[in-house]
Design a protein around this ligand. Structure first.
Ligand code: FES
Length: 147
């Protein structure tokens, strides 16, 4: 499905950065009827993204429905203490390279915030949601009492 390597001018990521996960909704229909035969657009996107090496530090995971069905295909990026981002309107044929490039850029950040000028155009225009990193949990009261 994918016959060329993704285009990226990214330097090697810092090996100490926490892993990044690229979630891909494999149920997305992108406005089409569910095919009686063949693959759904979301599954085709997942296969295109997985057909070659992923960017360093990034794993690609198939998931079912990210609840953005009217604007699929849909992917999300998360990992470590970064903000999580959800992107829609992904074309299963033409966007795999830009998604992998965006995932590589996201992975080089500590907080998930790709500088605006470096952000792929598709990411600038198709961010469905961003979710803050988990709030650090406080130590149990007993431990705090002993401080
Ligand atoms: S089916 Fe893909 S977001 Fe719902």
């Amino acid at each position: 499905m994918r016959d060329v390597a993704p285009e990226t001018d990214m330097p090697e990521p810092d090996a100490n950065l926490p892993a990044t996960e690229l979630l891909v909704c494999v149920k997305c229909l992108r406005g089409h009827e569910a095919p009686e035969e063949g693959l759904r657009p979301g599954q085709r996107l997942f296969e295109a993204l997985s057909a070659g090496p992923a960017p360093k530090g990034v794993t690609i995971t198939a998931v079912e429905c990210l609840q953005n069905c009217d604007q699929g295909c849909t992917v999300a990026l998360r990992g470590g203490a970064r903000w999580t981002y959800v992107f829609g309107n992904v074309d299963e044929v033409s966007h795999w390279s830009v998604i992998l490039d965006g995932a590589a850029r996201y992975h080089t950040t500590e907080d998930g915030l790709i500088p605006w000028r470096e952000r792929p155009e598709h990411f600038k225009r198709n961010c469905v949601a961003r979710i803050p990193p988990p709030t650090p949990t406080q130590a149990p009261l007993k431990e705090r009492d002993n401080d």
